[in-house]
Design a protein around this ligand. Structure first.
Ligand SMILES: Nc1ncnc2c1ncn2[C@@H]1O[C@H](COP(=O)(O)OP(=O)(O)OP(=O)(O)O)[C@@H](O)[C@H]1O
Ligand SMILES: Nc1ccn([C@@H]2O[C@H](COP(=O)(O)O)[C@@H](O)[C@H]2O)c(=O)n1
Length: 228
């Protein structure tokens, strides 16, 4: 079977990362959660109090950001490492979710992250999830899926996830965070969240995780069959 690039894009909290992780495991492919990279940059900028309106300060800060991933056997998933520190727990907290889209809208930040993502995917055999994978990072990806889910379902799922991690937040706050991020992500000038014209739609609202993983795997088999 030939190796391909699988791009999963879509709105916040519709199941991209979890689906991508399972698809990658089933295919023995690499998995890259590009949102984790923007979250790590947002954490660094927050800690260093980088003035995001100052282009020079942004460039200097980016030069000090090194993002890597480390497999965590207990979770069977990779943790995000920022300059040698495991920040996986920290970047998932709500205060980072509240900051990340403003940071991710800065063109210099996007250029740096996209270049790293393209390097990580150059050998193919990778599942990458984000907002601009099928449009900017890998417009030549063999399979592009655009994921959606109804807003209240996305918010309920995220609430449950945060609760399991010890953050008990009002549903309204989560709904507002998802709405705001989607709005900023969809309207930025560089690499906006957009469905690629050749993407396949996947609404996860009333699907189980297994069903959405199988949906993607069915399309992988189809694409690989067509390449033979
Ligand atoms: N079909 C489903 N049924 C129930 N829960 C789901 C389903 N799909 C995803 N989830 C859960 O919804 C939450 C959000 O999923 P996930 O983090 O994969 O979304 P995402 O699109 O990557 O979000 P973000 O863009 O904010 O990182 C997770 O807790 C995940 O386990
Ligand atoms: N390709 C991407 C991926 C993410 N972002 C930005 O990061 C935020 C967090 O991403 P999650 O997937 O962890 O929710 C997201 O809201 C975007 O602002 C991006 O711009 N491009």
């Amino acid at each position: 079977m030939s190796d391909i690039i699988i791009a999963l894009d879509g709105f916040s909290s519709c199941g991209k990362s979890t689906t991508a992780r399972h698809v990658a495991a089933a295919l023995h492919y690499a998995f890259l959660d590009t949102g984790a990279m923007y979250r790590a940059v947002a954490l660094y900028f927050h800690r260093q109090q980088v003035n995001t309106a100052d282009l020079q300060a942004v460039k200097e800060a980016l030069a000090h950001v090194e993002i890597t991933f480390e497999f965590n056997p207990s979770k069977q998933a990779s943790d995000t490492i920022l300059n040698g520190e495991n920040v996986e727990g920290e970047i998932r907290k709500m205060y980072i979710s509240d900051l990340v889209s403003q940071v991710a809208a800065i063109p210099e930040v996007r250029h740096a992250m996209v270049a790293q993502q393209q390097r990580m995917g150059e050998k193919k055999a990778i599942v990458m999830d984000g907002r601009d994978i099928g449009t900017v990072v890998f417009p030549q990806a063999e399979l592009k899926i655009f994921m959606t889910a109804e807003p209240h379902i996305r918010a309920q799922r995220r609430k449950l996830e945060l609760l399991q991690k010890g953050e008990d937040l009002p549903l309204e706050e989560i709904i507002e965070n998802l709405r705001k991020r989607d709005e900023i992500d969809s309207n930025r000038s560089e690499g906006p969240l957009k469905r690629a014209a050749d993407a396949i739609d996947l609404d996860t609202s009333y699907r189980t995780m297994d069903e959405q993983v199988e949906f993607v795997l069915d399309h992988v088999r189809r694409v690989q069959g067509e390449k033979r």
